[in-house]
Design a protein around this ligand. Structure first.
Ligand SMILES: [Zn+2]
Ligand SMILES: [Zn+2]
Length: 347
């Protein structure tokens, strides 16, 4: 770990960072952030490239800055909590104001004034340093490898569904989309319902779910012809749209039974026609779903309830993020991880 000691009054240390600006990926030197009161200074060890990063690069949230919201980091300095220094942590990405009704009564993830690490108003982990509010930190068990812990944020997002829908073993559940989030969702929900069907276009990804005993259906790569329809006698109690495409919601509505539930995980920037009429007639319920409980995700990872490591496509030095984004954008590509230590092969 790099030593980092400077006071607020001294000249700030420089650091290397990756910027998304105007649709371009730039490498630059900039001042390292200083932890405000109640914050900790972190040094990322490993980070992950996520679909949201592509959306940010192309204008989602009018983003311009340092991205990176899936990460494992060392706590370098925590002026208010020195006992945490030197520990490894993951972090909740939503940073609320702490004073509003949302923050006080329901938690900070829907604070209207919130910043979101690497997504909105707060620098992310594609840099040598970042600052995070101490209450957002989740200290890792000592024996948890970085490449497992780096999945805590997306796995928490997958597990969020278990906190929104009462899932029973007899429900018929379909997960649409075999991207990283779709796979993690299918793997995570399987503990509550062993019969989940994962639908996707990529044989290599569907196989990852089959390997842990899951059921899959490959959709024709060029159309919707192979999608199960209610007319064919299949109607699901719960359909999760994790396609990442705005068209996914229409497919999900069509596959869902009357009065069934659709969970929307897609946050695509582009919009598509929405089947309002069918939804009203069928009295279906749509639930938006975003970030989840990192402690729950860490529990799943620590006890092997979900092992996301087969989802890793490659691990690159973090400075090769442009190549990483290219690989991650390839059709059928799995998770691209960025190694910030240059030696994180076994941790
Ligand atoms: Zn993400
Ligand atoms: Zn607030």
């Amino acid at each position: 770990m790099t030593t980092f000691r400077s006071s607020r009054t001294s000249r700030r240390q420089q650091m290397q960072a990756v910027l998304f600006r105007g649709g371009r990926i730039e490498h630059c030197a900039m001042s390292a952030p200083e932890p405000e009161q109640g914050e900790a200074l972190l040094y990322p060890r490993m980070s992950g490239i996520c679909g949201t990063d592509f959306e940010l690069l192309h204008g989602y949230q009018d983003f311009s800055g340092v991205p990176g919201h899936e990460f494992v980091a060392d706590i370098v300095r925590a002026p208010d909590r020195e006992d945490l220094e030197g520990q490894r942590a993951v972090a909740d990405i939503n940073c609320g104001c702490g004073d509003c009704t949302e923050c006080l009564y329901r938690g900070q993830s829907h604070c209207p004034h919130r910043s979101v690490i690497g997504i909105r108003g707060r620098q992310g982990a594609f840099a040598e340093y970042l600052t995070v509010p101490v209450p957002n930190l989740h200290i890792l068990p000592q024996d948890m490898p970085d490449r497992l812990a780096v999945f805590a944020e997306p796995l928490a997002a997958a597990l969020r569904i278990t906190q929104q829908v009462h899932i029973t073993a007899k429900m018929r559940i379909a997960v649409l989309g075999d991207g990283k989030l779709g796979l993690l969702t299918a793997m995570a929900l399987r503990h509550a319902n062993p019969d989940i069907l994962l639908l996707g276009r990529h044989r290599n990804k569907l196989e990852l779910f089959e390997r842990v005993g899951g059921k899959t259906l490959q959709i024709a790569p060029n159309g919707e012809g192979a999608l199960p329809r209610k007319a064919e006698g299949i109607a699901y109690d719960l359909v999760v749209d994790a396609t990442g495409n705005p068209e996914g919601i229409e497919q999900a509505v069509r596959m869902c039974r009357p009065m069934g539930t659709i969970v929307l995980k897609t946050t695509a920037q582009r919009s598509a026609p929405f089947p309002f009429a069918g939804l009203a007639v069928q009295e279906q319920r749509i639930i938006g779903s975003r970030c989840g409980d990192l402690d729950l995700a860490l529990h799943y990872l620590q006890y092997g309830l979900v092992d996301p490591r087969p989802l890793i496509e490659t691990v690159l030095p973090w400075t090769e993020i442009s190549r990483g984004m290219e690989i991650a954008a390839e059709r059928g590509s799995k998770k691209v991880l960025l190694d910030h230590l240059g030696k994180a092969l076994n941790r």
